[in-house]
Design a protein around this ligand. Sequence first.
Ligand SMILES: Nc1ccn([C@@H]2O[C@H](COP(=O)(O)OP(=O)(O)OP(=O)(O)O)[C@@H](O)[C@H]2O)c(=O)n1
Ligand SMILES: C[C@](O)(CO)[C@H](O)COP(=O)(O)O
Length: 251
Amino acid sequence: MNAQWGVVIVAAGKGTRMRTAESKQYLTLRDKPILVHTLELFQSMDETAAIALVVGQADIGRCKEWVAQYGLTKVTAIVQGGSERQHSVHLGLKALPSHLQWVMVHDGVRPLVTQQAVRACCTAAMKGEDQGAAVIAVPVKDTIKQVNDSGVIVATPDRRSLWAIQTPQAFRRDLLTRAHETAEADRFLGTDDAMVVERLNVPVVVAEGEYTNIKITTPDDLPYAEFLLGMRESVQVSDKIRIELKGEVSQ
Ligand SMILES: Nc1ccn([C@@H]2O[C@H](COP(=O)(O)OP(=O)(O)OP(=O)(O)O)[C@@H](O)[C@H]2O)c(=O)n1
Ligand SMILES: C[C@](O)(CO)[C@H](O)COP(=O)(O)O
């Protein structure tokens, strides 16, 4: 993963399914806003050259303050988003420095993404050098049913072919730009960036990610995210103690 990446973090949604007065990306998880957790992960990676942060017009001011407060030096642009996620991604893409040839798109409300998962996605995108498109995903664990408007099952797709798609999603920049321009001209709206690329008949590779990379969407996701963060911290503490003890024993 030698390339330098531009990262679009989309955070201009209203979070209607969360049903809180404050948009979910600004709610506090442990000690800081969900969006700051997400930004810090990408800030921490050597591969990240620049971050374009896409937020609502009214939130640009506080995001500027957080960029200074949390030392998020790789955030090179904070831009106003659009009415749909896809519009927000397109606006962020245009705000990245023009020399960057590889781009990732990530939801601001997936704060538990890890460096390993990001790298897996980028590596998969760069493997197919000609095409350059990959997403991170996990195999579904449940049996999935297609249900009609009357609540009756109409199909049971083979689970072995079903994956729950997450972000980041990684692309050659010229491919993603073309895909978004084409979608805009055709008035096509998709729920992720892979969809706009798929309709150009370009293969999008799936790299296996982590079940813990949840998208904070509904109220029950918040205590679960707190729990996962707590687990991660206690693993880090016990790893640190193990290393320190090992050092003492070998002295
Ligand atoms: N017009 C929009 C809509 C969504 N997003 C961002 O896209 C990500 C994933 O979207 P989702 O979880 O659906 O967020 P919301 O649209 O905010 O939630 P809801 O659908 O419940 O209103 C979020 O980080 C969200 O802020 C965005 O940047 N611009
Ligand atoms: C991009 C995404 O996070 C992949 O799971 C998801 O599609 C966003 O969808 P939403 O409709 O904005 O929740």
